[in-house]
Write a protein that binds this ligand. Structure first.
Ligand code: AMP
Ligand code: MG
Length: 424
């Protein structure tokens, strides 16, 4: 942890870690958690799941040489020197039917009609594209030579049997499961999904499904954080809303910690007298509190603790702060606990954009600024900062993403290029 005098905690004490130090601490602590057990799932249910074991190819793809074009299967040597003015003439000896074994190779100076994907007849070693031929009754005029292997995908050219295809820890994407389907793999070994228990805290918070009388506000965080956790591939259990009272907060925190791999609560994570987050995580057991407060804005009063192998996160109650702290700390934790490697920066697509106005920042903390993108890919993107209090969820709704002002930086000027992390 950095104890640079610039980093002050919630009470102004020195010692709040920088974002970089906090991320290192988080990753170090998470690396001690054993990976979740493996389970076999049908390939059709495997998208987004994290492989528990390397997958190697069981067969060659393609299993036989195939044509990649519509045309004529030939012996390449018999087309050498062919041109429009001096074509080669080959007799049409038959046709390769799709889905069937090809006839035996073309006799000397013969060819076979073949469609894209057709199996190359033994003896043929190239395909001349239809565009470079003139079919005439039982002869075919070839107006361009074909090189050996041209327009042919050879056996195993795509995938070789025995080849390592996907590493353990890889999160399966649609194209990955497509490849496995091509190999006839019907089931994969993946880590169990991360179970994450979520609750909101605060005497003023009421369920979003009912009225909000004066003094009360509807719970926005549970549903937002649950949706974000599901986007990360986690399975969510929602524990509702707890009051700012130990006899309500502590038992729910303890139950959630017993029943989940990760616990996430929002509100009460700061150091006020009514903030019970710190007390609750201290009661959950060892090793206990690992981080409390990070030099970032929004999201400073974040808690990260471990109760055995359960990671416990306390997010600030302000919805924007909670969402930001989720992307910085909880999303990588879900990946790590899932068995996938996690990066230090949010794993979101990034585009460069020209800042449209000056923006100030206090040194000594990392700022995250919501931004609306303008312009276009062709003309270049521009980024308009969306300013507003961290309680204002509408700033997130109007934003296409956010950019970062590094902790050493006192602000950015209009015209500078920023990297905008894009929301999905
Ligand atoms: P806290 O972190 O508990 O001090 O809360 C900070 C601010 O966020 C307060 O104005 C809370 O009312 C608000 N807040 C806390 N939890 C939620 C929630 N679940 N949904 C919406 N706002 C919340
Ligand atoms: Mg509160």
């Amino acid at each position: 942890m950095s104890d640079s005098p610039q980093h002050r905690d919630m009470l102004g004490r020195a010692g709040v870690p920088s974002l970089a130090d906090a991320v290192t601490t988080l990753h170090d602590a998470l690396s001690g958690i054993p990976p979740l057990p493996a389970e076999a799932v049908p390939l059709a249910d495997a998208r987004g799941r994290v492989l528990a074991a390397e997958v190697t190819a069981t067969e060659d793809i393609p299993p036989h040489p195939r044509s990649t074009m519509d045309g004529f299967a030939v012996r390449a040597e018999e087309t050498f020197g062919a041109s429009e003015s001096l074509p080669a003439y080959l007799r049409l000896a038959g046709e390769v039917m799709m889905g069937e074994c090809p006839p035996d190779g073309p006799p000397v100076e013969c060819c076979f009609a073949i469609a894209t994907g057709g199996l190359l007849p033994p003896g043929a070693n190239a395909v001349v594209m239809l565009e470079h031929t003139v079919p005439m009754d039982d002869m075919v005029e070839i107006t361009r030579p074909a090189a050996v292997g041209e327009n042919v995908i050879g056996r195993g050219d795509d995938v070789r049997a025995g080849e390592a295809l996907l590493a353990a820890g890889h999160r399966l994407r649609p194209q990955d499961i497509g490849l496995l389907a091509g190999l006839g793999i019907t089931e994969v070994k993946v880590h169990r999904r991360v179970r994450i228990g979520i609750f909101s805290t605060g005497d003023e918070i009421v369920p979003h499904t009912g009225a909000a009388p004066p003094g009360k506000i509807r719970d926005m965080n549970s549903i937002t954080l649950a949706a974000m956790a599901e986007e990360c591939g986690a399975e969510v259990v929602v524990y509702g809303i707890v009051r700012d009272r130990e006899d309500d907060f502590l038992p729910v925190a303890a139950q959630a910690a017993r029943e989940n791999d990760i616990v996430l609560f929002s509100g009460g994570s700061s150091v006020g007298v009514r903030d019970l987050g710190e007390k609750a995580v201290r009661r959950l057991g060892k090793p206990g509190m690992i981080l409390h407060g990070v030099a970032i804005k929004p999201g400073k009063p974040v808690i990260f603790a471990l109760a055995g192998n359960t990671a416990v996160f306390g997010m600030p109650g302000h919805p924007v702060s909670a969402a930001m702290a989720f992307r910085l700390f909880v999303a990588p934790a879900i990946r790590r606990v899932s068995g996938a490697p996690a990066a230090r920066l949010p794993e979101m697509p990034v585009v460069g954009a020209v800042l449209e106005r000056n923006i100030n920042s206090a040194p000594g903390r990392t700022d995250f600024v919501q931004a609306a993108l303008g312009g276009s890919r062709q003309q270049g993107f521009s980024a308009m900062p969306i300013l507003g209090k961290s309680g204002a969820l509408s700033t997130l709704v109007r934003a296409d993403g956010f950019f970062v002002i590094e902790e050493s930086c006192q602000g950015l000027e209009a015209g500078e290029t920023v990297e905008v992390f894009l929301y999905p």
